[in-house]
Design a protein around this ligand. Structure first.
Ligand SMILES: [Zn+2]
Ligand SMILES: [Zn+2]
Length: 942
């Protein structure tokens, strides 16, 4: 059997389909892992690495005396299977194989994955022939040619990958452990350090410091507006930026008509077609379309595995001679971009463009197959289109611009303006992602005089350097030799997930900054790019078989030991520094009550609040929303009034929620409820705040004596205030219960705000569950709730509210369920039907039902219905049944609404009975008439 090992399941399937050349491919599953067979060949996909490098057992315990962080540098490593089922299947298949071809991705990582598979195969089958196929795109042509020309595994290349793996493990593990232990952090709070990660973070921190140090300088820009053939034209003063305001103003005042055209310079400009995509330029272009680096790479890899584009991890920007450009163009004729492809073929430049880097592994990223929007979805299709159009652009001719420069003289002050229009669009015709903005100017003649419509002097400031965007950072990392094309975007994603950096563009968090600075002060080799660059160059030497893996690892160990000499000597200082400065991150400023320190506190679970360092002596605190709404952090802004840091809630994938000054927020969010206390005046409110009483609850819970002193109130006024506050507090409780009910029963929807709904409802008089249960659907719809949702919400509210009420009245929960099942929801419904009927509907005994009815009647202040003897009921029913057309089922219905005999029927209002029973009102009137007639006849007969 010929076994083919691919990097992923999806590539295994595609390779099988291509090599089977139309023969049937049989898919089989073994413990959840698929294989694809045709003839004597079987393909199987790995899941990238199926084994992982880890330390020998014994190093798990972080606090071990024997295995210190430094000991990890020299610790022996082992390979542990991470994908056990795949490993088992691979070995099972290898036993029966007489040839194995490794068909993993063609780069260092892929070679290492291939070598890992090779070792697993060799362990069970010593003699099987193992070869390697290398391809840059999973297309029929590439795959067939790769399998017709297999070679051997490149052990030197794989060794470079292994060396990187070992070095990254030993750096990351030993330094992460050292720093975390020094700062006394564990669990989810560890401080990670990494070989590529730390210098990258350091760059972001450095940029932030530059921005902070930056002192903006003022400058002035002078411009004028003139007009020609009805068109307004702007011109700038030739001085550019004026640093001196006086000089700028003088120049402005001297600018006078006539404005004379002194020179008209025409020219042309070549606008070169862009060069082919390598990983970095691809990520930059995708970022302009709104894709994050990690997302762009994830999509590109999927497109590659499905044969739509070539391998996306490449440093190459020059198409190799072996790449069949005509073949690619021919394939693309069948794509949705046929028109653009044909335009490119018709206008093709003699040689494709070329970038600065030429490597031999992979060609630049280019389209390889035909994808459709329906087939792969919008998100992936946009990336496919980008790659395809870039490919076309590299074959399209340069664009040509006509440029125009006009110089003016305004009575001794000189101005200029430029224009440009596209003479030949060239590559812009097929590549709309790079804007070609034209500024078309009318024709000017030297010596002509023009009017000055306006002179404007703008004051401006110089700007600090910009923060890094992900794509800018990736470009910079590449320039510095940090990481590889395959890892750069992953490193950035890690910095974000470890809360070292945040936002777009990237800025360091305090923790990120503190850790970086601690390392810089005590072991700067870790944060400088030099060491990482050295290691990258060593990798290159391993690939070229100039050095061995073990040799390079050994050198890396000694570099790391040198760093540890410095670190261990300063362990105490580093630890204290990080601890003090990160605790600082949560401090907001002075407690307004006692002068202690206010800080954000995160409790177990999702509770967070602002509390005082002098707790329990000082109980001042400010509540914060639960962490579901975002993790509370401090920002650099400070409230001018309260001198407290602002608070922000940050949540992954959501806009941050700015709370601002926590005390201002606390005051404003409690003002409304405080003013609901009837005897609260504006002056009293001011006084309360000056005594640090900010909430209704604080007043409700205060001793009247204390209130009286604090607010300078007479004792009875203080007592009154307290009682009123208790009342408001209860109202607030019910309001919050109602809000909670809304949150639980209304599906969250974009653009829907519960507080908006609550406010609208409050305006129509609905502020608690009781009100909601009695509300009508129209009120709810006015508050922005849809018709059917309003109906459901009302039903739920009625059940919830009345359930609570009936429970308070004394109906046990078990019985309540039975009533609910019988459709008896509210106290009113309890008394609008007879106890007999209730008993029948719920299956509970007459005694129990009577007891419940008595409780409800008492609550409603209604007379308890007299018990009606069974015989009397039977007599009444008999009388009713004598009426023509009044069947026994109609009699039941009438009984349900309390009509048990003829007298009751005659006394009833037909319309009301109809509503309660569903019997037509006219029919009831007929019954009443018939009965009346019958009784009258009976009297006459007597
Ligand atoms: Zn305090
Ligand atoms: Zn404030």
């Amino acid at each position: 059997m010929h076994l083919i090992v691919a990097e992923k399941n999806i590539s295994a399937r595609r390779i099988a389909q291509i090599l089977a050349e139309g023969h049937k491919v049989v898919e089989k599953k073994d413990a959840g892992v698929s294989t694809y067979s045709f003839g004597d060949t079987t393909t199987v996909g790995l899941r990238g690495h199926v084994v992982e490098v880890d330390f020998e057992p014994g190093y798990e315990n972080w606090r071990s005396e024997q295995y210190t962080p430094r000991s990890l540098i020299d610790a022996r490593t082992i390979k542990v299977p991470t994908e056990k089922r795949i490993v088992a299947l691979l070995q099972k298949l290898s036993r029966h194989a007489d040839r194995v071809t490794i068909a993993t991705d063609f780069d260092t990582e892929g070679e290492l994955i291939g070598k890992e598979a090779y070792e697993l195969i060799r362990a069970v089958n010593k003699n099987v022939k193992v070869d390697r196929s290398r391809f840059s795109a999973i297309t029929p042509q590439e795959i067939k040619s790769a399998f017709a020309n297999t070679t051997d595994l490149d052990f030197a290349l794989a060794s470079a990958g292994e060396a990187r793996q070992s070095i990254d493990l030993m750096w990351g593990a030993s330094l992460t452990r050292f720093i975390s232990l020094a700062a006394r952090r564990g669990g989810n709070n560890i401080l990670s350090v990494g070989r590529v990660q730390s210098p990258t973070l350091s760059m972001i921190v450095d940029r932030e410091k530059e921005i902070e140090k930056f002192v903006p300088e003022k400058y002035w820009q002078l411009g004028l507006l003139t007009e020609k053939t009805g068109e307004q034209i702007e011109a700038r003063h030739t001085n550019g930026r004026f640093k001196d305001q006086k000089a700028a103003e003088l120049a402005r005042d001297r600018t006078r008509e006539p404005l004379v055209v002194t020179e008209v310079k025409e020219g042309t400009k070549q606008d070169r077609s862009p060069s082919p995509f390598d990983t970095t330029t691809f990520i930059v272009a995708a970022a302009r379309l709104g894709y994050s680096a990690a997302n762009a790479m994830r999509i590109a890899e999927e497109l590659y595995m499905n044969g739509y584009i070539s391998y996306p991890r490449t440093d190459n920007t020059v198409y190799p001679a072996s790449l069949d450009l005509n073949g690619v163009l021919a394939t693309l004729r069948n794509s949705p971009f046929r028109k653009d492809v044909e335009w490119t073929i018709a206008h093709r430049r003699p040689e494709p463009t070329r970038g600065k880097k030429s490597t031999t592994d992979h060609p630049p990223i280019h389209p390889a197959g035909v994808a459709t929007k329906e087939g792969i979805g919008d998100e992936a299709f946009r990336i496919y289109e980008l790659v395809l159009r870039r490919f076309l652009a590299t074959l399209a001719p340069d664009a040509l611009w006509k440029t125009l420069k006009i110089n003016f003289d305004a009575s001794g002050e000189f101005y200029t303006t430029t224009g440009g229009n596209l003479l030949e669009p060239g590559w812009h015709a097929v590549y709309p992602f790079s804007e070609a903005k034209e500024t078309i100017l009318p024709g000017f003649i030297v010596g002509e005089k023009l009017p000055i419509r306006k002179v404007s002097l703008d004051e401006k400031e110089t700007m600090p350097p910009a923060r890094y965007t992900q794509s800018k950072l990736i470009q910079r990392m590449e320039e510095l030799g940090l990481g590889t094309k395959s890892t750069r975007h992953e490193v950035i994603a890690k910095l974000v997930s470890r809360k070292y950096v945040e936002g777009t563009p990237l800025r360091p968090t305090l923790v990120g900054r503190v850790v970086t600075e601690a390392l810089e002060h005590h072991a700067d080799a870790i944060t400088r790019p030099d060491m990482t660059q050295t290691i990258e160059s060593h990798m290159q030497q391993i690939k070229e078989s100039k050095r061995t893996r073990d040799d390079v690892i050994k050198e890396s160990r000694s570099m790391l030991h040198a760093a540890f000499d410095q670190l261990e000597a300063n362990e105490q200082v580093i630890g204290d520094d990080i601890r003090n400065r990160t605790a600082e991150e949560l401090n907001l400023g002075k407690c307004p009550v006692c002068g202690g320190t206010l800080a954000i506190k995160h409790l177990r679970g999702s509770t967070q609040f602002i509390g005082c360092s002098r707790y329990p002596e000082c109980t001042f605190n400010i509540g914060l929303p639960v962490t579901m709404w975002g993790w509370a952090v401090r920002t650099d802004d400070i409230c001018e009034k309260h001198h407290l840091h602002f608070v922000r809630l940050v949540r992954k994938g959501a806009r941050p929620w700015d709370i601002g000054c926590p005390l201002c927020h606390h005051i404003s969010s409690n003002t409304e409820s405080l003013t609901e206390i009837p005897s609260m005046t504006e002056a009293l409110l001011e006084k309360a705040r000056s005594r640090h009483i900010y909430t209704v609850a604080e007043i409700a819970r205060s001793e009247p004596d204390r209130l009286s002193t604090a607010l300078e109130l007479a004792p009875d006024a203080a007592q009154k205030l307290k009682t009123e506050a208790e009342c408001v507090l209860e109202k607030l409780r019910r309001r919050s219960e109602c809000r909670k009910f809304m949150r639980n029963h209304l599906i969250p929807r974009k653009g829907r705000s519960y507080s908006k709904i609550m406010t609208a409802l409050k305006e129509s008089g609905v502020s608690d569950l009781a009100g909601l249960a009695k509300a009508d659907p129209v009120t709810l719809q006015k508050a922005g709730i849809g018709e059917s949702e309003a109906h459901d919400l009302l039903t739920e509210a009625r059940i919830t509210y009345n359930g609570q009420l009936l429970k308070e009245i004394g109906i046990p929960a078990v019985s309540l369920k039975k009533y609910l099942a019988a459709g008896i929801i509210s106290p009113d419904e309890f008394v609008s039907t007879t106890p007999e009927n209730l008993s029948k509907k719920t299956g509970m005994s007459a005694g129990t039902v009577n007891r419940h009815v008595a409780l409800v009647c008492e609550y409603l202040h209604r007379p308890i219905p007299a018990k009606v003897p069974a015989a009397k009921v039977a007599r009444g029913k008999k009388e009713l049944l004598t009426i023509k057309g009044l069947t026994s089922s109609v009699a039941e219905k009438l009984a349900g609404s309390g009509i048990l005999n003829g007298d009751a029927l005659l006394a009833a209002d037909a319309k009301q009975v109809s509503v309660k029973t569903g019997i037509d009102a006219d029919k009831i009137r007929t019954f009443q008439a018939l009965l009346k007639k019958k009784r009258e006849t009976a009297i006459i007969q007597i």
